[in-house]
Design a protein around this ligand. Structure first.
Ligand code: E4P
Length: 244
């Protein structure tokens, strides 16, 4: 499993990259909107400066900010031309019209990270269309089963058997997508995002995610354990007693 950093915050990206465990950075428009106002190009340029300083060559995903297929294509090509970063991937939202964009970008040798995937069918169709990565949103897949703001549309999709209860278990979705990709010999990699806990990270990895993109707030907890602190303290105390 590879770890990506899911943020647009420069200090958090630097703190992660200088520790050497990450193999990529992912952003989205909401993450960028949390940062001090500047231009998109300036901010992405600063992320690239950090990547080039600490871990040159690692993955960077940036997302288009339009739902219009022609505009998505234009933005994707503009980002590739502007940033000229070989490991840049363009996040394109999953959708019926977006499939054509994914096909066209992939044919132009532009790496597509098809984002906001919630179901097996979305991820597999995006992979077949040429997406190099499919981003499955663990927390939001789970929320999809209970979110009260979408009760009507959920009931309709359940009634028409577009979905069933298995579609609200993120690890079942991840496991199924991985199995189908492997069975079809598709090289598309699964990025699991929308992480809500450290346990989600372990479970997504065991379910078959190639990559987990993780909000930086979880990194210290991933490295801490009270028994580690206890035993290290014990070693130091024992050694100090022996010296005295
Ligand atoms: C991943 O690519 C997404 O940017 C992100 O993980 C979405 O997570 P959220 O559900 O916390 O917005």
């Amino acid at each position: 499993m590879k770890i990506f950093i899911d943020t647009a915050n420069l200090a958090d990206i630097e703190a992660g990259l200088k520790r050497g465990f990450a193999r990529g950075v992912t952003t989205n428009p909401s993450l960028l909107a949390k940062e001090p106002k500047t231009s998109f190009s300036t901010h992405v340029g600063k992320i690239l400066e950090l990547i080039n300083r600490y871990q040159p060559g690692i993955h960077l995903s940036i997302e288009v900010f339009s739902r219009n297929p022609a505009e998505i294509l234009r933005q994707a090509k503009e980002f590739m031309a502007e940033f000229k970063y070989p490991s840049l991937s363009i996040k394109v939202q999953v959708g019926w019209d977006e499939l054509e964009v994914i096909k066209e970008l992939s044919a132009a040798d532009i790496s597509v990270n098809c984002t906001a995937c919630m179901t097996v069918s979305q991820a597999i169709m995006a992979a077949q269309a040429g997406a190099k990565y499919v981003s499955l949103f663990s927390g939001r897949i789970r929320d999809g089963g209970t979110d009260e703001t979408v009760t009507t549309v959920r009931s309709d999709m359940l009634a028409r058997k577009v979905l069933d209860e298995k579609d609200f278990d993120p690890n079942t979705v991840i496991r199924s997508v991985r199995q189908l990709l492997d069975d079809s010999n598709l090289a598309t990699e699964i990025i699991v995002g929308s992480i809500r806990s450290v346990v989600d990270i372990r479970d997504a990895a065991l379910a078959g995610a190639h990559i987990i993109t993780i909000p930086p707030k979880f990194f210290p907890d991933m490295m801490n354990h009270y028994k580690t602190d206890q035993v290290v303290q014990q070693f130091l105390a024992d050694f100090s007693d022996w010296l005295s």
